[in-house]
Design a protein around this ligand. Structure first.
Ligand code: AMP
Length: 289
């Protein structure tokens, strides 16, 4: 495994690889502080691609004022160990100056799928994501890029961007990895106090209850599902709901009577704050017609 810090070095390595290999280049973009969720993406890339490229870059552009850019957790040594163990060939770790030598005057802004969920509660967040992913795609020029469904709206945004801009990359969505008790793995889980960590279980529990409800009812409204999920989350005294929404996926449009809609894939998505820590989780379900 090789670690490079500059765009020039990375391009040189990938060009060398492509000159002598006829295999695909797989790419996993991350913000580091890697956990098993990231490792699952890297392993998938290892299975499907000839060269596995991992980027670790905490992208300031996707953090709003007052968000956790400064205190976002970092541990390079542990990240590189996990990367090596997961079969990564090339790690790209640029600093902010390398990615943004001067203020970016070109911003990639995806409309529609960003109107709700984190797009609504974190203004500018997905412009930051789409811009950095677009830059990284141009730098790496991967054949496949692997993203986690933990950030399901992010996948919808990237897929829309790839479609609209005719980018020549296959987006591979990967399942959410969870702790043994159900909490979705996230670099931000380290922020949680012991009490918050215990109470954060209501997130995955509420989604499991929603799943059971969907499986046992043929016709129901989004409101019913939303209130069921919200009520369970509210049993945790430290939980403050940012949003609970039921939408079509991947178009992310509102639904009324769920089983009579045209779109039969739905997402139940939620964002909940515990103290200063904002956690997201979701469940994508096939609704029987
Ligand atoms: P991040 O470092 O948080 O920006 O995440 C980098 C990539 O890892 C994104 O595609 C995430 O969706 C994915 N990821 C983060 N947590 C998980 C998880 N628990 N399971 C699967 N993928 C994840």
């Amino acid at each position: 495994m090789e670690v490079v810090h500059t765009i020039t070095e990375l391009r040189t390595r990938i060009r060398e690889y492509r000159r002598i290999n006829d295999q695909s280049v797989g790419f996993v973009p991350t913000m580091g502080y890697l956990h098993e969720g990231h490792a699952s993406l890297l392993r998938k890339a290892r299975e499907q691609s000839g060269l596995v490229v991992l980027s670790i870059f905490v992208n300031p552009l996707q953090f709003g004022p007052g968000e956790d850019f400064e205190r976002y957790p970092r541990n390079t040594e542990r990240d590189l160990e996990l990367a090596e163990a997961s079969g990564v060939d090339l790690v790209f770790m640029p600093d902010v100056k390398e990615m943004y030598p001067s203020a970016n005057r070109t911003i990639v802004s995806v409309e529609g799928v960003t109107a709700r969920l984190c797009g609504a509660s974190r203004p500018g967040h997905f412009d930051g994501v789409a811009t950095v992913v677009s830059k990284l795609f141009h730098i790496v020029q991967p054949d496949q890029a692997f993203f986690g469904l933990k950030d399901a709206q992010q996948i919808a945004v990237i897929e829309q961007m790839v479609f609209d801009l005719n980018l020549d990359v296959e987006i591979v969505p990967c399942p959410i990895l969870r702790e043994a008790d159900g909490l979705a793995m996230s670099s931000r889980n380290v922020y949680l106090s012991k009490e918050e960590r215990e109470q954060a279980l209501v997130l995955s529990q509420s989604l499991m209850q929603a799943k059971a409800f969907v499986e046992s009812n043929r016709l129901f409204t989004s409101e019913q599902l939303i209130s069921k999920v919200s009520r369970h989350i509210e049993t945790a005294p430290l939980a403050v709901i940012d949003y609970v929404e039921v939408l079509s996926y991947p178009s992310l449009e509102p639904l009324e009577a769920v089983s009579s809609s045209d779109d039969d894939t739905i997402i139940i998505a939620l964002a909940v704050k515990f103290g200063k820590t904002r956690l997201i989780d979701n469940l994508i379900l096939q609704v029987r017609k």
